[in-house]
Design a protein around this ligand. Structure first.
Ligand SMILES: [Zn+2]
Length: 308
C-alpha cells in the first residue's frame, strides 16, 4: 500500500462550523511518522485536477449544485445541522470542498497504476451527502463521484464501495442505487444516525446492521459478509471508506454502539486489505469519519504497518 500525502486540509472551524473532526488529523499522523516519510511507499503528490461541473453532476442534482452556488449558507445549515457564522467566505469554502473531492479523483487515477493507495487527507469519504442535499457533515459525495467517473471513463468495470465507517453510508447507497456496475457495501450501527431521522433511506447492495456488539462479533460479521460478497462478484476497483469512528474512544456520541479496540480496528483494516489483494482488486482508502484529538492514532497504526 502506498500512502498519498496531499498536503491539503480544511479547517471547518475557520468557516464558523463546529465539528468534532479534528482538522489537523493528517498533520498529527505526519508528525508521528517521523523519518518513515522517507519510505519509498510514502508519496507526496500535488493535485493538479480540478473538479468539473460534469463530475459534480455524476452524483448531484442540478438544483443542488445551483443552490450550493447561490444559497450556500442555507445548504450548509442543513448539512451541518447548525447555522454557520455569517463571516464564512463562501467562495473559499466551496473551492476547498471541491478541491478535496478532486484529490480523491486524482488519487483514484494514481491507484490504477499503483494498485493500493491510502489518501492521507482529512476531508475525504463524505458518504452522507445525498443526490439533492448535503447531510451529516457531508456536502459533496466524493466517493460516488469517483466511482461513477471510473465506470464512465471505462477505467474500471465493477467498483466496490466498502464502507467501514460506524455510520451507514446512506448518501452513497442512494446515489449509486441504480448503478449495476457499482456495488455498495456498508457495515454500521443499526440504531444510530441516520436511521432515526426523517430522511428517506435506500439500502446498499449489502448492509450489515450491528447493535452493541463486541469486537470479536464485529470482525466475524465483517469476515463472513465479505466472503459472500467476493464469492458472488468480480470487482476490479474498490474505494474503502475507512472510518475511524468504530474505535472505542472516538468522541462522537453517535458512534457508541460499535467499540473496537485500537488493535481490532487494525485487524479490521488488514482483513479488508487481504480480501482485496487476494482478489486482485485495486484499492483506494479514504479516511472518512474519526472524531476527537486522539482519533488520528487509528489511521496512523495502519499507515505504520505499510511503511515498516
Ligand atoms: Zn461516521
Amino acid at each position: 500500500m502506498y500512502i498519498l500525502n496531499t498536503d491539503f486540509k480544511i479547517d471547518l472551524s475557520s468557516f464558523g462550523i463546529k465539528n468534532l473532526m479534528y482538522p489537523l488529523r493528517s498533520y498529527q499522523i505526519l508528525q508521528n511518522l517521523g523519518s518513515k516519510i522517507n519510505n519509498k511507499n510514502f508519496i507526496k503528490f500535488n493535485n493538479d485536477y480540478y473538479l468539473s461541473l460534469i463530475d459534480l453532476r455524476l452524483a448531484h442534482s442540478s438544483s443542488y449544485i445551483q443552490r450550493l452556488y447561490f444559497n450556500l449558507l442555507n445548504e450548509l445549515s442543513f448539512a451541518y445541522n447548525q447555522e454557520p457564522k455569517t463571516f464564512i467566505n463562501e467562495e473559499d469554502f466551496i473551492n476547498d470542498i471541491y478541491q478535496a473531492c478532486a484529490s480523491v479523483i486524482k488519487a483514484s487515477d494514481l491507484t490504477l497504476d499503483l494498485n493500493s493507495c491510502f489518501l492521507l487527507q482529512c476531508y475525504a469519504g463524505a458518504h452522507h451527502a445525498r443526490h439533492d442535499f448535503g447531510s451529516g457533515f457531508c456536502v459533496i459525495n466524493d466517493i460516488a463521484i469517483c466511482a461513477k467517473k471510473l465506470i464512465k471513463e471505462k477505467k474500471a468495470k465493477k467498483v466496490l464501495i466498502l464502507d467501514l465507517d460506524a455510520h451507514f453510508g446512506d448518501g452513497t447507497a442512494e446515489i449509486c442505487s441504480k448503478e449495476s456496475d457499482i456495488y455498495t457495501y456498508s457495515i454500521h450501527q443499526k440504531n444510530q444516525w441516520p436511521f432515526f431521522t426523517n430522511l428517506p433511506i435506500i439500502f446498499s447492495d449489502k448492509d450489515v446492521h450491528l447493535d452493541n456488539c463486541s469486537g470479536k462479533y464485529y470482525l466475524n460479521a465483517l469476515y463472513s459478509s465479505l466472503k459472500d460478497v467476493f464469492f458472488e462478484n468480480n470487482f476490479d476497483f474498490c474505494i474503502v471508506v475507512d472510518g475511524a469512528d468504530v474505535w472505542e474512544f472516538d468522541e462522537i456520541k453517535s458512534s457508541q454502539d460499535i467499540k473496537l479496540t485500537e488493535k481490532e480496528v487494525l485487524e479490521r483494516d488488514l482483513m479488508v486489505y487481504d480480501f482485496l489483494t487476494k482478489n486482485s482488486v485495486k484499492n483506494l482508502w479514504l479516511m472518512s469519519g474519526g472524531y476527537g484529538k486522539e482519533s488520528y492514532k487509528i489511521h496512523l497504526n495502519l499507515i505504520k504497518e505499510f511503511l515498516k
